[in-house]
Write a protein that binds this ligand. Structure first.
Ligand code: ADP
Ligand code: MG
Length: 397
């Protein structure tokens, strides 16, 4: 007992006093630093558009896109924060609302958020969306004001509910007599633009800012700035920063990815009681992150997608080459074994494309002359990660 207490005590001691971090919080994705290196142009563009509100002029609607981790959310929140500060300095009250539609993913919830920001309480349920819309617009229009509504990860809501709410919001100024609203839409999904009604597209895109991916040098600067705040002196060397930057640059220049690598590498170093983060910690961090990501994706796949993965593992473990046809045949047998009606070959082929898109497999089309085209399918993640997840599902034993 005494030993147990002692060892628990020492675990707590070890965790309570990190050997590498001074402030790990600054590596979290929602932390916004005082300066954002390599985003000067994007900050300027957003500030020019939104800054007209300081003169009481409605800012143009703004459409922002770029891949994940290119700083869209950070830059926009940063500009809004500065705009609010400038407004108070000049005695202009600027109302802005930030909604992430991946979290608040219905029109009802988006409108409730807008309501909350302008000081009205909307009940969780019981009202129609149209009624909530009327109430919110009523309050907004009760006095002259400018309301900037930022909808981040807007593709999530549109994929779920279509672009009706966006259409209404971009048209709302026609019904308002005193107040004016501006919409800022942000998306990581570049193809999403094509899904929008052309009228929504053109009014949302009055102004546009595209965020390019970061290169390794830029990521290194971003990481250095954060590492200075997050780590103890001497705990992270240039080599570690460069490695995190290089790995994330290969991964479409994603700053979130770079920061995650650095944070997890630090956590691994900490768990080992090490005083320095090493390149080895970074490689292990990468494996840990990839594993978590793959597990999460696989766990949420529909059953037939899981069975197709199972078929692929089976074929690969027999040392055979997995063509679409082979995978389908193996999948069909497996589905039947589980008493399930197999999906059609056409649907299976779509599932394979979906799995390719999320990066769990790669499917390469090859031409087999007179036998036509086929796809060769390979796993892109450790098969163990898949079998473990399938076991938890009771699909495998
Ligand atoms: P996006 O919204 O484009 O997916 P984020 O704005 O969330 O990307 O950025 C991801 C992470 O990288 C956040 O932690 C953010 O603070 C950080 N980040 C992005 N760009 C920069 C930059 N130029 N300087 C410092 N940190 C940055
Ligand atoms: Mg974002």
């Amino acid at each position: 007992m005494g030993f147990l207490l002692n060892s628990i005590d020492s675990i707590f001691e070890r965790i309570a006093t990190s050997r590498v971090f001074t402030n790990k919080e600054v590596l979290r994705p929602d932390y916004i630093p005082e300066t954002l290196p390599h985003r000067e142009k994007e900050i300027e563009k957003e500030a020019l558009v939104l800054g007209t509100s300081l003169q009481g002029v409605r800012p143009s609607n703004l459409f922002i896109y770029g891949l994940t981790g290119t700083g869209k959310t950070a830059v926009t929140k940063y500009v809004l924060r500065k705009l609010g500060e400038k407004g108070s300095e000049k005695g202009v009250k600027i109302h802005w609302v930030y909604v992430n539609t991946r979290v608040d993913n219905t029109s009802y919830r988006v409108l409730s958020k807008i309501g909350e920001a302008i000081g009205i309480k909307i009940p969780f349920t019981g009202l129609s969306t149209a009624e909530v819309y009327r109430r919110v617009m009523g309050v907004i229009d009760s006095k002259p004001s400018i309301v900037v509504i930022v909808m981040d990860e807007i593709d999530y809501m549109v994929k779920r509910e279509g672009d009706e709410i966006l259409y209404r919001l971009t048209r709302a100024n026609e019904e308002l007599s005193r107040a004016k609203i501006s919409i800022v839409g942000i998306t990581n999904d570049i193809k999403f633009v094509e899904m929008l009604d052309p009228r929504v597209r053109s009014s949302l895109g009055e102004e546009e800012v595209v965020f390019p991916p970061y290169n390794a040098d830029q990521l290194r600067d971003i990481l250095k700035q954060r590492a200075r705040m997050a780590f103890k002196n001497g705990a992270v060397g240039e080599d570690v920063i460069s490695l995190c930057a290089a790995l994330a640059a290969r991964d479409h220049g994603d700053a979130r990815r770079a920061l995650d690598l650095l944070r997890v590498a630090g956590e691994i170093a900490d768990r080992e009681g090490s005083e320095r983060v090493t390149e080895d910690h970074v490689y292990r961090a990468r494996n840990e992150i990839e594993r978590d990501r793959a597990t999460e994706i696989i766990a949420t796949l529909p059953t037939h997608s899981k069975l197709i993965l199972y078929a692929l593992i089976k074929i690969s473990s027999e040392g055979r080459e997995a063509t679409t046809g082979e995978v389908y045949l193996a999948y069909r047998d497996i589905a039947r074994k589980y008493g399930l009606e197999p999906v059609t070959q056409r649907r299976a082929s779509d599932i394979i494309s979906e799995l390719d898109m999320v990066g769990i497999i790669s499917a390469i089309t090859i031409n087999r002359g007179r036998y036509g085209k086929t796809r060769i399918i390979r796993l892109q993640v450790n098969p163990e990660v898949i079998t473990e997840t399938l076991k938890q599902d009771g699909i495998l034993d």
